[in-house]
Structure formats: structure tokens, C-alpha cells
Design a protein around this ligand. Structure first.
Ligand code: P1T
Length: 379
């Protein structure tokens, strides 16, 4: 089945009770048993819920995995991955990544004895010097949030396989429409399903997909034992979102490209970060591992001036100033004071998250309106 069919049918069956084409919202915490253990496959909704199960099968299908798991947020999904580890274990992570992920790693899991190395992975070989007997996991975001760096998943996977390390890829920015990390050698793919998967800015959710039975079993155990699951209503909404992922992504990519080109030719814009430019340092890798370049980009205005950046985001009208990304509506963000404020200034500035940086999540509105909005705001 091809991707554009999988988003609609992958892993999905009509509901066995009445043939409902969309799975009903099974708004129940528990299920009747005729004798202890005598149930129809569902006992308690933290463990299993039919609506969540339908969504988890869809996640697995579109990421070319065998098992999907849905969580109450993207961070809850990452939290579950980190619980595969033990005190003394070490993780090598991209140094440019969502601020909340950095906070979870440094403010929660470091206290539980896990050591993190945050490094630039634009050259995949960089990771080898950080590998030692305690290294267990490599954490990759690509494209990275918010600098749109591109990491070579296949290149990293060759190294992690040789050293028997787990490779987890946060595929939130790309989505499986553009990039399928499991096919490139990753062991775990993670999503903030809050973003493109849901696609309508009305749900907070996380997802994991794997293709190995032993990892899946352990993650299902953690999901049930720790309990950070999502509810049936949210599962229904994200399943509905996935059904249009391919058409939304197609437009996100078209509009993203037009906005990137507009900004690159604007005299008041200093630098545009978008993997579709031939001048992007890892454009050749983006071209290999992604089917298009997505709807996320960041830019700085000339003079690298904090006040100028704030003025622009305040003036934008169609681009709403807000945290998050990946919805049908365009959003702007100021990473240094919003999504990445939990990363110390000296750390974030090393990766380019300067005070003048603006991040755009380009939506699927009419491109003429989006460009006119940017024109009036940048001046
Ligand atoms: O917000 P939540 O669903 O918990 O997902 C966290 C997360 C994980 N990974 C990436 C790449 C993300 O972008 C996020 C959430 N990011 C934002 C809220 C943001 O505006 O960047």
C-alpha cells in the first residue's frame, strides 16, 4: 500500500460491532468480564482502549513499523524511551533540539543518573568519540527544532548498529510523509503528535513506533506501568488528522518553499534556515532522506536585533504568535523566549538560537495572504 493510501486505510478495519467506518470513541475506563479474566481483549483503558488501539495501528502503518504506542504528550513519549535506560547509562543527543526535550533530559533524567552528551551531528562521525561502554542510546532530531539542521539518519544508524546502541529519531518536523526513520535504520521513531499528525492544533499527544518485538514489549510495559496514555477522544481526533496528513503536508511544503524564497530575497532578512536551499550545509542529505523539505523554517533579520524580531512577530496578523507548530494555520515563534527558553542562553546561542531568531510554522492558507502578511510585518 502506498503512503497516500496508508494514511487513510493503514492498519484500519471497520468497527466490528456495526461496521462504523471511523472507530467509535470508546469513552470507557473499564470493560465487563463474565468471569475473572473473561473479557473481549480489553480490561482497563490505561492498558488498552479500542480507539487508542486503532490510532496506534495507524501510527505503526505510516511509519513502516510493526508496533505503535500513543501517549498523553510528545514529552511523555520521550519519557517512556528514557525509561528503557538505567542509572549510569549514557545518551548522545543532537545539541539543537526542542527546549522541552532538553529540559526533560537535563532536569529530570540527569538526576536519575543518566549522562547526556549534546553534540552537533551534522557530520555523523562526530558521535564516535562520545561512545563508551556506558553508551546506550543516540537521540536524533532531524530537521532540528528550531535551526533546521539535517542529520544523516542512515549514517548515524551504521554507527549505532556497529556499537549495538539504540537509535531514536524525533520525526516531528518531517512526519512520515517526508521521512521514514525506521527504513533508514532507526530503532525507535518518536512524534509530538500534537503537531502535523493531529494537524489542527486541538490535541496534545505523543507517539512511538518500533519494528522490534522486544523493544515494543518493553515500551508497552512502560506505557502501562507509568500510565502516561492519551484518552479516546484525543485518539479519535489524531486518527482523523492522519487521514489528511499527505494532502496537508503537500501544501505545507509548497507554502514553506515559497516563504523561504521570499525571505531569502528580502533586503531586511539576514539568514534563512530551510533545508531546501542548496546552500544549506546538509542539503544533499535532506535530498536523500526526505521527499520534500517541509513547512518549518527560521530566520534572522538584519542587525541581529532582539527588538526588531519582537516587532515582526507582534506585527504579523495571519501568522499567529504562539508555541507549537504543524497545524493548518500559520504560526510564528520567538524560540529564545518561548519554545527554547529552558535552554541556558550560552548553550542555545552556540547552536544559533540567538535573540533575533524567528521560527515560522507555515500553514496551508493561500500563499498570497501569507507573503503579504510577512511583507507588511518585516517592512
Ligand atoms: O509538546 P509535546 O507534544 O509534549 O511534544 C514535545 C516536542 C517534542 N519534539 C519536538 C521536535 C517538538 O517540537 C515538541 C514540542 N514542540 C513545541 C511545542 C514547539 O513549539 O516547538
Amino acid at each position: 500500500m502506498k503512503f497516500n493510501t496508508k494514511t487513510i486505510h493503514g492498519g484500519q478495519e471497520h468497527d466490528p460491532a456495526y461496521g462504523a467506518v471511523m472507530p467509535p470513541i470508546y469513552q470507557t475506563s473499564t470493560y465487563a468480564q463474565n468471569t475473572p479474566g473473561g473479557h473481549k481483549g480489553y480490561e482497563y483503558s490505561r492498558t488498552h482502549n479500542p480507539t487508542r488501539h486503532a490510532l496506534e495501528k495507524a501510527f505503526a502503518s505510516i511509519e513502516n513499523g510493526t508496533h505503535g504506542l500513543a501517549f498523553g504528550s510528545g514529552l511523555a513519549a520521550i519519557d517512556a524511551v528514557m525509561k528503557l535506560l538505567k542509572p549510569g547509562d549514557e545518551v548522545i543527543s543532537t545539541n539543537d533540539l526542542y527546549g522541552g526535550t532538553y529540559r526533560l533530559f537535563t532536569k529530570i533524567f540527569e538526576d536519575f543518573g543518566i549522562k547526556f552528551h549534546f553534540i552537533g551531528m551534522e557530520n555523523s562521525k562526530n558521535i564516535t568519540q562520545y561512545i563508551n561502554a556506558n553508551t546506550k542510546l543516540v537521540w536524533v532530531e532531524t530537521p532540528t527544532n528550531p535551526m533546521l539542521n539535517i542529520i544523516d539518519i542512515k549514517g548515524i544508524a551504521q554507527i549505532t548498529k556497529a556499537h549495538k546502541l539504540l537509535l531514536a529519531v524525533d520525526n516531528t518536523f518531517a512526519t512520515p510523509y517526508l521521512q521514514r526513520p525506521l527504513d533508514l535504520g532507526a530503532d525507535i521513531v518518536m512524534h509530538s503528535a500534537t503537531k502535523y499528525m493531529g494537524g489542527h492544533s486541538d490535541v496534545v499527544m505523543g507517539a512511538l513506533v518500533v519494528k522490534d518485538n522486544a523493544i515494543a514489549e518493553r515500551l508497552y510495559f512502560i506505557q502501562n506501568a507509568s500510565g502516561a496514555v492519551c484518552g479516546p477522544q484525543d485518539s479519535f481526533l489524531v486518527l482523523r488528522g492522519i487521514k489528511t496528513l499527505h494532502v496537508r503536508m503537500q501544501r505545507h511544503c509548497e507554502n514553506g518553499k515559497a516563504v523561504a524564497q521570499f525571505l531569502a530575497s528580502h533586503p531586511k532578512v539576514e539568514q534563512v534556515y530551510w533545508p531546501g536551499f542548496e546552500s544549506h550545509p546538509n542539503h544533499h542529505i535532506a535530498k536523500q532522506q526526505m521527499d520534500d523539505f517541509g513547512g518549518m523554517l527560521s530566520f534572522t533579520s538584519k542587525g541581529n536585533d532582539y527588538d526588531a524580531a519582537i516587532k515582526i512577530v507582534e506585527k504579523l496578523k495571519i501568522f499567529t504568535l504562539a508555541e507549537s507548530l504543524g497545524g493548518v494555520e500559520s504560526l510564528s515563534g520567538h524560540p529564545a523566549s518561548m519554545t527554547h527558553a529552558s535552554i541556558p542562553k550560552e548553550e542555545r546561542e552556540k547552536t544559533g538560537v540567538v535573540d533575533s531568531l524567528i521560527r515560522l510554522s507555515v500553514g496551508i492558507e493561500d500563499i498570497d495572504d501569507l507573503l503579504a502578511d510577512l511583507k507588511q510585518a518585516i517592512g
